[in-house]
Ligand binder design. Sequence first.
Ligand SMILES: *Cc1c(COP(=O)(O)O)cnc(C)c1O
Length: 400
Amino acid sequence: MPGYELIGEEEKREIMDVLDTGVLFRYEFLDQRRGVFKVRQFEERFAAYCGAGHAQAVTSGTAALKVALSALGIGPGDEVITQGFTFVATWEAILEVGAEPVFTEVDETLNMDPADLRRKITARTKCIVPVHMLGAQARIAEIMAIADEHGLPVLEDTAQATGARIGGRHLGTFGRCGTFSFDPVKTLTTGEGGMIITNDESLWRAMSEYHDHGHDHQVNPGGRGGEGRRFIGSNYRMMELQGAIGLAQLAKVDGMIAAQKGHKNRLREAAMAIPGVGFRQLVDEAGDSATHFAFFLRDREHCQRVNEVLRQEGAGAINFSENTWHYYARWEHLLGGKTLASSGYPFFEPGGRRRLLYDPQALPQTAALLQRTLVYPVSIRMSEEKLAQMCRALQLAAKA
Ligand SMILES: *Cc1c(COP(=O)(O)O)cnc(C)c1O
């Protein structure tokens, strides 16, 4: 998963280009910056890498979701459908634009179950946000077909899957737009940062303006202060230092994925020794970014026994049914409607009555699946000793 493993000379060189000019802002300072536009260049290269028409850099993956939802016109009164296995940021952004998140089950792809998506669409649904969790693809073709039937835009949360593809086509390019995160544990990292890609030029313009206080970025005699605006915006601008690091990291992404694939294959082979083991379904194995290795055991008890052996061998795996940041039933703050807003909106009516309720038992399929799923993060640099230890642990777990 982590690009932080490869921070090195290339990143330093890119950063020094910025510090040599002293311009940290992505706009203006034309005399001083001597043609250095790192964020703009990062956007252009990221769009080209993904095969998208446009890219908009922002401050984080969460900001990317918020800017994209805003540009899609999502707001109060709207429902946005996402999945019950994702990072909290996906639905935080939905709440932040004033809309209400609705959650689907995940299937054996560990991503949005298209059959459940169909059941969750209502007259208030305004957007669908499938997430490509743990480096691999949601069933985006089926999801797009359902969205098209209903005339709904799809925003792909591709935060965890930079560089992943289906049939060579990059994730994030199937929907109206795709968002990415460059936070410290993501494949490509800029410390903090995010990106939105789209082929829709007018959508990109709306994102570009919204993320910069509404600035229309039209050349005019008054410079930046003379720019016009079409609507109220906010500030989610990426800074030049992040753009510089992004350029260096982007050049390394395909190499990172290749290294991870090699390590993942070793783990998969070892895990095949476990009777009854199954593997996460990949829509396109060749396009997996291999940031994680996920495998299924027979049931919850089998899963716990296997992980106990793995732990004893110093190679315990993640069970996401216990994870408080990625799994619906563990989001006690969402389930309890715990917002800082003193009105309690959108969870409570002005009188204190509950208006938006999330039932912890609402996703039984996801619960049953995650309870028997174990996940190893796969890194770029894994020593032979570490890999051998993990493989030995998996082989011993065959007797669990
Ligand atoms: C990391 C992540 C985000 C948010 O990205 P930040 O850059 O940390 O704000 C959004 N969605 C998913 C699925 C993520 O994993």
